[in-house]
Write a protein that binds this ligand. Structure first.
Ligand SMILES: *[C@@H]1O[C@H](CO)[C@@H](O)[C@H](O)[C@H]1NC(C)=O
Ligand SMILES: *[C@@H]1O[C@H](CO)[C@@H](O)[C@H](O)[C@H]1NC(C)=O
Ligand SMILES: *[C@@H]1O[C@H](CO)[C@@H](O)[C@H](O)[C@H]1NC(C)=O
Ligand SMILES: *[C@@H]1O[C@H](CO)[C@@H](O)[C@H](O)[C@H]1NC(C)=O
Ligand SMILES: *[C@@H]1O[C@H](CO)[C@@H](O)[C@H](O)[C@H]1NC(C)=O
Ligand SMILES: *[C@H]1O[C@@H](CO)[C@H](O)[C@@H](O)[C@@H]1NC(C)=O
Length: 587
């Protein structure tokens, strides 16, 4: 077939979902299973802690973003959804569309179990737009034997501007697990890319304890053949969910089509590690003739590697937006409360704000920034004129905005790093999160901790600090730790099994030279989503304040280090909710 003469942007979505055990409180490949709650519909949906401007359906459980794409003037977002309850289970592909990535309209479910090749599950996948402007979705189905197999779906009516209905042709499945694979470890097909006469796509998997990105090729998108070599794999990483593989331009912020290869791009390879439940990526080189991906020697492969986000952020997926020449990243942020809490409140899970992603000028990592459209929700604005030399213990309130629903952008400047605390060599063995758990915001330091106290009660009985602390290492370099600490975010007793991690990551910035660092936080009732140094390090925390809710929430800037820190600029906005957030969804 001559499908292939001309490439049009292709988007794939894949989401990852896993399941494994059954019975009460089992784990299905990735999700804890609460059989007794799976089909308990929401009663009255509790508004407390619901987000105002993050993507959410009106009720029930959501997880992975699936098959994001831009098609004929509309953004599509599909997502894993439980129509019957607020814990994982009964998964279908829900579907929403948007003109601006901010306002969303719900459509009927696009994909749900109905055929022998997906009767036991319709899990994550991706979209590809074939030549001739024909979208196709690849997704993981679970057949009668619960084997994970890769299927496709196409719009029932390509003239329907909303692509409401999707067909799953009877020549499915496209790809079965091969005999040397575990059929329970084979899922989440990527967006396909095209060059040299073949389509390619990846499916996540595992061999022994090695994470695998199985590579498949096709000349016509229908008949797929497994390549001899995986595109990439890494030892001791466990099951690879939701692989994502995309080119980034060497120059500037513009995104490029998923099929782009050649000298002016590098590639990014991302996997969601089922064992840690975080998204890791490397920057590297795609040898498109050998069909092998090799991470650069500046990118650590595996669990010690870079993450898109050091907080609640998983099963992410990018797509190329040809209307604005950018690549956009969607990621799922799960709840941090308990399954019983979720059932009681009638909802669980949000999508993070879509982020533009591009290669940082040094080529060592990606930068991420909320899509510009988010700024249309900015309302009342407050500017704090520069605050010189905040002394230790200094706390300044940012007044005049709705602090529970805000966008804050602050730049701190530092006079000197001379006296920065020593980085304890024993911490080299720890991850950033463990260091943050030792050096929390109330532990006085030298250069830092300084940052924002978000979702704070008036007298700081509870708050979620997002802050930096600067250390000096043995070789006289500096390490900049960024923390988003949920430990003190709520007055609920600790015996309630809420997840309150001191999320943290390092920021790759030469602070001695730059002398300043920026922090942007999107605060939305139960979310604090933060971007340091222009998007080098990002952390999303889910928190459930008891006092600092709605109008009783406050926002402060603080310094708890002995070296003075100045606020160079600070702008904060009250955020309006979008006009449309899936309110028309009624299942
Ligand atoms: C798979 O689906 C069939 C048909 O709906 C059902 O009878 C069977 O119990 C399912 N298997 C599992 C393991 O859920
Ligand atoms: C396909 O969609 C178009 C545009 O909405 C509509 O006019 C047409 O009737 C649809 N065709 C079918 C077969 O439903
Ligand atoms: C196959 O994978 C499943 C899910 O990870 C696991 O429970 C099972 O033990 C594996 N089977 C074999 C034979 O390794
Ligand atoms: C890393 O690779 C670059 C070329 O891509 C090379 O110049 C450099 O020497 C390598 N560094 C190490 C530590 O291997
Ligand atoms: C700063 O440190 C003091 C003393 O430990 C503590 O009471 C206060 O909560 C800290 N401020 C922040 C924002 O963590
Ligand atoms: C989100 O919830 C917390 C608390 O239950 C778990 O510890 C995380 O593993 C989970 N994250 C994902 C991606 O499932």
């Amino acid at each position: 077939m001559d499908f292939v003469r001309k490439l049009v942007p292709v988007f794939l979505f894949v989401s990852c979902v896993l399941l494994v055990t059954i019975n009460d409180n089992g784990v299905e490949a990735s999700h804890r299973i609460y059989s007794r709650l799976q089909s308990v519909p929401a009663g009255e949906v509790k508004q407390l802690h619901r987000t105002a401007y993050h993507f959410q359906p009106p009720q029930h459980w959501i997880n992975d973003p699936n098959a994001p794409m831009f098609f004929n003037g509309l953004y599509h977002l599909f997502y894993q959804y439980n129509p019957k309850g607020s814990v994982w289970g009964n998964i279908v592909w829900a579907h929403s569309i948007s003109k601006d990535l901010i306002n969303w309209e719900a459509l009927p479910h696009a994909i749900f179990p109905s055929k022998p090749f997906d009767v036991n599950g319709t899990w994550s996948g991706s979209a590809t737009i074939l030549p001739g402007n024909r979208p196709v979705i690849l997704y993981t189905g679970l057949d009668n034997d619960k084997r994970q197999i890769q299927n496709y779906a196409v719009p029932a009516n390509i003239s329907d501007p909303y692509l409401r209905e999707w067909l799953k042709p009877d020549d499915n499945p496209l790809v079965l697990p091969s005999s040397d694979m575990n059929a329970s470890q084979f899922r989440d097909p990527t967006t396909a890319w095209w060059h040299g006469g073949h389509w390619r796509m990846l499916v996540g998997g595992k061999r022994k304890h090695r994470g695998m990105a199985w590579l498949y090729r096709s000349i016509n998108f229908n008949h797929w053949v497994k390549a001899k070599h995986a595109l990439h794999s890494a030892p001791q990483t466990g099951m690879w969910e939701c692989p994502d593989f995309f080119p980034v331009s060497l120059h500037g912020k513009n995104g490029v089509d998923t099929s782009k290869v050649g000298e002016d791009v590098k590639h990014v390879f991302k996997v969601s590690l089922d064992e840690t439940r975080y998204d890791y990526y490397t920057v590297g080189k795609y040898d498109h003739e050998g069909d092998i991906y090799l991470p650069d020697n500046t990118s650590v492969d595996g669990r010690a590697g870079l993450r898109f986000d050091y907080g609640n952020f998983y099963a992410s997926k990018t797509f190329f937006d040809p209307s604005k020449n950018r690549r956009i990243l969607w990621g799922w942020a799960n709840e941090s409360d308990t399954a019983d809490d979720d059932t009681a409140k009638g909802w669980a899970g949000i999508q993070a704000i879509p982020r533009e992603v591009w290669l940082s000028p040094d080529g060592k990592q990606v930068l991420q920034w909320p899509v510009a459209e988010l700024e249309t929700l900015r309302g009342q604005k407050v500017d704090l004129k520069s605050i010189q030399n905040m002394t230790p213990g200094k706390l300044v309130e940012v007044k005049g905005i709705t602090a529970a629903q805000a966008d804050v952008d602050v730049t701190f400047s530092l006079a000197s790093l001379e006296k920065a605390e020593e980085f304890d060599p024993n911490w080299e063995k720890l991850d950033a999160e463990s260091v943050c758990a030792i050096k929390r915001s109330h532990v006085q330091g030298v250069v830092g901790p300084f940052g924002l106290a978000t979702l704070a009660s008036q007298n700081l009985e509870e708050f979620t600090p997002v802050f930096f602390r600067v250390f000096k290492t043995k070789d006289n370099k500096h390490k900049v730790l960024m923390c988003s600490d949920a430990k003190g975010s709520t007055l609920r007793p600790f015996d309630i099994k809420q997840y309150r991690p001191s999320f943290a990551g390092y920021v790759d910035i030469d602070l001695a030279a730059e002398k300043k660092i920026s922090l942007r936080s999107l605060i939305d009732h139960s979310v604090v989503e933060s971007f340091a140094a222009g998007g080098k390090t990002c952390i999303l925390s889910r928190v459930y304040p008891t006092l600092a809710v709605n109008d009783a929430a406050h926002l402060f800037v603080f310094n708890n280090g002995t070296e003075p820190v100045s606020v160079q600029t600070l702008s904060a906005w009250s955020m309006s909710p979008p006009k449309l957030m899936n309110q028309n969804l009624n299942f």
